[in-house]
Design a protein around this ligand. Structure first.
Ligand code: FES
Length: 155
């Protein structure tokens, strides 16, 4: 008899630890609701977060220092899947997309002719990125460069 009572107590203790089907589905539904709320809150927070995190420098890209480039020299910079060509004249820094608007070859700086040459189909762009000759349908994209403490930035 004592053995039976001990077994019954043991079984009743185990029953207290079991989760009922109703509780289980209750937890699943609550978990699903929390996941859905988090999924809705994330886009809102990610929209608001960069404004405070990045401040005035939002979208700024650093392309190196002015000292890296001799006057009438150039430098190519690749950031992510974008390629830029930075040209230093005696008066200013010019930045263009280094991707030719014809078929996407990388343009080269021609210091003697003071323009950009595409080696693929011999296109030539002037110092403003305008087409002088060749098949490209559009000028090179240009970017306004800012120099802060000797470093070159574009937005
Ligand atoms: S790809 Fe540049 S001229 Fe054709």
């Amino acid at each position: 008899m004592a053995e039976l009572n001990a077994r019954m107590r043991e079984e009743s203790g185990m029953q207290n630890k079991k989760i009922s089907r109703r509780d289980f589905f209750g937890w699943v539904i609550k978990g699903g609701l929390l996941t859905a709320l988090a999924g809705m809150a994330f886009p809102v927070l990610s929209y608001l977060w960069p404004v405070t995190r990045q401040g005035l420098n939002m979208g700024q890209k650093e392309l190196g220092t002015v000292e890296d480039i001799p006057i009438w020299g150039s430098k190519k910079v690749i950031i992510g899947d974008s390629a830029f060509i930075v040209i230093r004249t005696p008066d200013e820094i010019k930045v263009f997309s280094a991707i030719c608007t014809h078929l996407g070859c990388i343009v080269e700086w021609d210091a003697q002719r003071k323009g950009l040459v595409c080696p693929c189909h011999a296109a030539f762009f002037d110092l403003e990125g305008r087409i002088v000759s060749g098949p490209p349908p559009k000028p090179l994209s240009s970017f306004k460069a800012e120099v802060v403490n000797g470093k070159i930035y574009i937005r």
